[in-house]
Design a protein around this ligand. Structure first.
Ligand code: PMP
Length: 406
């Protein structure tokens, strides 16, 4: 029956984590998966999460009944509120809706499925979807799998100057067909760690408004980039103030450390309450045939935290702890490279933000080092493989580096 099924290629980042686990080398370091680690190299369960988990277990009123199709109402509204801001004009005008989704991926999927069916006329699989070059690899597949036939890259990264290619980005916005969908990273761009400045975002918004392009934010790292939720949501909120109708896929995997609970939210900003109501009614149909209704544990945890003043404050503090450590790691790496007199400039290590770093090293450079790593597949390396082999000369290091295809 299944004799003709071809073997699919493994998902690179998960394959790498499995290889890492199986490797007995005590010197191994996993630089692939985007998950926070402590000084001891261990996952961190946020103290606020542990606290709220205890509250949930102790609460006799809770049960395991199905949630509504669109999810836990107090989760959806509080999640949208941290994306758009307490005083968001769109929230005040009652033109924001939300769908609880399975992680940020689920939120992107739900948005993509809806847009393919209903945006810009019925079943518009030909509408171009633009994703940044490079981007988190799943963006391409999520939109293609939702039925979009034309998923294209837009210019984003300037390899030469190791920074944003603003002219290229704006140029692609200018020439995109009207109504094209643009997936924008809200902050801490994955994988380049390079975001537009406020002024650059304003330029992007101006073109998108004028050319009638659809804004689909992917917000997977709110709080993680700067340690401040409001700062990291600046771009999303700016677009709302400019009157855009838009989607924002939110993930709570990183900023709550709830990777395996699959907590996400799709925030919808529309023209008025009536539009939101009709959009949500169609979203409900899509959820029903996809996961029917979402799981409750992670969403409860996030909702209780966001809706309780002391817990909210504690969470913000926990997020800052993570963000500060990431910043410290960047500064330490840069300082060590400079102290060792490593050729080249390393300012980009600290200029980039979030979990990821584009080293700017190419394949030729990496192959001049002696190391035993076998997973180096491309010259697009987003982690510090060779930087670390410079730091620890002579050691036989196995570093697990995520392969990033373009
Ligand atoms: N978008 C981006 C840019 C990401 O980096 C990630 C996670 N690596 C996601 C979305 C998906 O997040 P989740 O694990 O919550 O599905």
């Amino acid at each position: 029956l299944f004799g003709e099924v071809p073997q699919a290629t493994p998902v690179a980042v998960f394959k790498l984590s499995n290889d890492f686990k199986d490797d007995p080398n005590p010197m191994k370091v996993n630089l692939g998966v985007g998950a926070y680690r402590t000084d001891e190299g261990q996952p961190w369960v946020l103290p606020v999460v542990k606290k709220v988990e205890k509250l949930i277990v102790a609460d006799n009123r809770l049960n395991h009944e199905y949630l509504p199709i669109l999810g836990l109402p107090e989760f959806r509204s509080s999640a949208s509120k941290i994306a758009l801001g307490e005083d968001s004009p769109a929230i005040q005008e009652n033109r924001v809706g939300a769908v609880q989704c399975l992680g940020g991926t689920g939120a992107l999927k739900m948005g993509a499925e809806f847009l393919r069916r209903w945006y810009n006329g019925n079943d518009n699989m030909k509408t171009p979807v633009y994703v940044s070059a490079p981007t988190w690899e799943n963006h391409n597949s999520v939109f293609a799998n939702a039925g979009f036939k034309d998923v294209r890259p837009y210019k984003y990264w300037d390899a030469e100057k190791r920074g944003l290619d603003l002219a290229g980005f704006l140029g692609d916005l200018e020439t995109a067909p009207k109504h094209s969908i643009f997936v924008l990273h809200a902050c801490a761009h994955n994988p380049t760690g390079t975001d537009p400045t406020h002024v650059e975002w304003m330029q992007v918004a101006e073109v998108m408004e004028r050319r009638k392009l659809f804004v689909f934010f992917d917000s997977a790292y709110q709080g993680f980039a700067s340690g401040c939720l409001d700062k990291d949501a600046w771009a999303v909120r700016y677009f709302v103030t400019q009157g855009f109708e838009m989607f924002c896929a939110q993930s709570f995997s990183k900023n709550f450390g709830l990777y395996n609970e699959r907590v996400g939210n799709l925030t919808i900003v529309a023209r008025d309450a009536d539009n939101v109501r009709r959009v949500l009614s169609q979203m409900e149909k899509i959820v029903r045939v996809t996961w029917s209704n979402p799981p409750s544990q992670g969403a409860r945890l996030v909702a209780i935290t966001l809706n309780t003043a002391e817990l909210f404050a504690e969470w913000k503090d926990n997020v800052k702890t993570m963000a500060d450590r990431v910043l410290l790691m960047r500064a330490s790496l840069q300082a060590k490279l400079q102290a060792l007199g490593t050729p080249g400039t390393w300012d980009h290590i600290t200029q980039q933000i979030g979990m990821f770093s584009f080293t700017g090293l190419n394949r030729v450079y990496t192959h001049t080092h002696t190391h035993t790593h076998t997973h180096l597949l491309s010259h697009h390396i987003r982690c510090c493989y060779c930087l670390l082999s410079v730091l620890l000369p002579g050691d036989s290091l196995y570093l697990y580096v995520q392969y990033q295809s373009n």
